[in-house]
Design a protein around this ligand. Structure first.
Ligand SMILES: *Cc1c(COP(=O)(O)O)cnc(C)c1O
Length: 391
């Protein structure tokens, strides 16, 4: 995307200032419903709730400004905004499967996507095969006559494994399969899956788009016809659209998205250089690091990678990892990412000490999110916490 186009999208697209007192900031139209002069007007609107305002569970003027901007950022025909990233995942998948269908998913999708595949969809006879998405042949091997959906997440948010998006899209088109990607890691600023042939691209807008750790939301983009089906079905029926106020928070976040991602990326580069000098770690994982196994693919399909970095401790006791993480004073222990505050989460948080296996590299991972603080402030924090576990 050209820089001028980006500025136009963020500043003007979808905004109709003359209609609201020439206010610079978009209005929060906090209403549940809209009035009509005639029964005929109401009847017409019932035919197309996706483009006319009738009830805020569907669309609303504030939500619609955001919708236009997010579609344009993704280079997509249209967008739907949900009250969480998880809702966007649910709607996208559910809309494209029927009882007896089959899904091919990457082997480590986002936790709640996996729970949907394993716990909910199985009740409706929809089965899922998990594959290592790094090898395109694995998609072919998993293919069944009833495969309807390929579910991707590239990179994932722990070890940043990628799929070759153009290759998967081409394979899926040949077999008439819908492709869905979770693009939360990159945002459309750093990876444009729709342009690579993926049908539906989704993000947790809670992360970088919101950008201030104060709103939970999701966005799904793709062709208008596909989204229309989801709007009429999953969105209106499940009632999982976004509220006007939360949409407004995302509009506010969007204004600074490009500069926040630039700053976070610059800090992350400094943090990676620093982490590599610390002998406590055996590996620093980051998709745009030349040592990353899929570096060439990452460079080909991503133009940036932002703030998530995973550090793998050399073999170390469970208690030492816990002590390190708890000794951090500025970097907070928390899930999620994308806000001002840097965060940390150790993989051993999802297991008990007896389940912890020092010889398992995945158990020794600590995932950092580097936010908008200065790198030196974060480095000092990590240095001090590492000193604590040396003594
Ligand atoms: C957070 C997250 C989600 C879910 O989004 P919510 O907004 O929390 O519902 C989905 N995928 C990834 C990769 C995430 O990090």
């Amino acid at each position: 995307m050209l820089p001028n186009e980006l500025s136009y999208i963020l500043n003007e697209l979808g905004e109709d200032r003359e209609n609201y007192f020439n206010a610079i900031a978009p209005p929060i139209i906090q209403t549940s419903n809209f009035a009509f002069k005639t029964v005929e007007d109401l009847r017409k609107v019932f035919e197309n709730e996706m483009s006319d305002y009738v009830y805020t569970r569907g669309i609303n003027p504030t939500t619609d400004i955001l919708r236009k901007k997010l579609a344009a950022l993704d280079g997509a025909e249209d967008a739907l905004i949900f009250n969480s990233g998880a809702s966007a995942i649910y709607a996208a998948v559910l809309a494209n499967v029927s009882s007896g269908d089959h899904i091919i998913s990457v082997d480590k999708p986002y936790t709640w996507a996996r729970k949907m595949f394993d716990n909910t969809l199985t009740r409706f006879d929809v089965t899922t095969t998990y594959i290592d998405g790094r090898n395109i042949n694995n998609f072919d091997d998993a293919l069944q006559l009833n495969t309807r959906v390929i579910y991707l997440e590239s990179p994932n948010s722990w070890d940043f494994v990628l799929q070759d998006l153009e290759a998967v899209a081409a394979f899926a088109k040949k077999h008439n399969i819908v492709t869905i990607i979770d693009n939360s890691f990159c945002t459309p600023l750093y990876q444009r899956p729709i342009e690579m042939g993926i049908d539906l691209s989704l993000q947790s807008a809670t992360k970088y788009i919101g950008g201030h750790s104060d709103v939970v939301a999701g966005v799904l983009t793709g062709k208008h016809d596909m989204l229309r089906k989801i709007f009429d079905g999953e969105l209106l029926a499940m009632g999982n659209g976004i509220s006007p106020f939360n949409a407004w928070l995302l509009l506010r976040g969007l204004r600074t998205l490009p500069m926040r991602l630039e700053k976070i990326s610059a800090t992350t580069t400094q943090m990676i250089e620093f982490l590599k000098t610390r002998t406590e770690f055996e590996e620093i994982i980051f998709p745009l690091d030349p040592e990353f196994p899929q570096y060439d693919l990452a460079k080909k399909q991503m133009s940036g990678a932002c703030g998530l970095v995973t550090a793998v401790f050399k073999p170390i006791a469970f208690k030492q990892i816990v002590k390190f993480v708890e000794s951090l004073r500025h970097i907070l222990i928390a899930v999620s990412w994308g806000g001002y505050e840097s965060l940390v989460i150790p993989s051993c948080a999802s297991m008990s000490e007896s389940e912890y296996d020092q010889s398992n590299r995945e158990h020794r991972m600590v995932r950092f999110y580097f936010g908008l603080e200065e790198a030196s402030y974060l480095q000092q924090d990590i240095n001090k916490a590492l000193e604590k576990i040396r003594s």
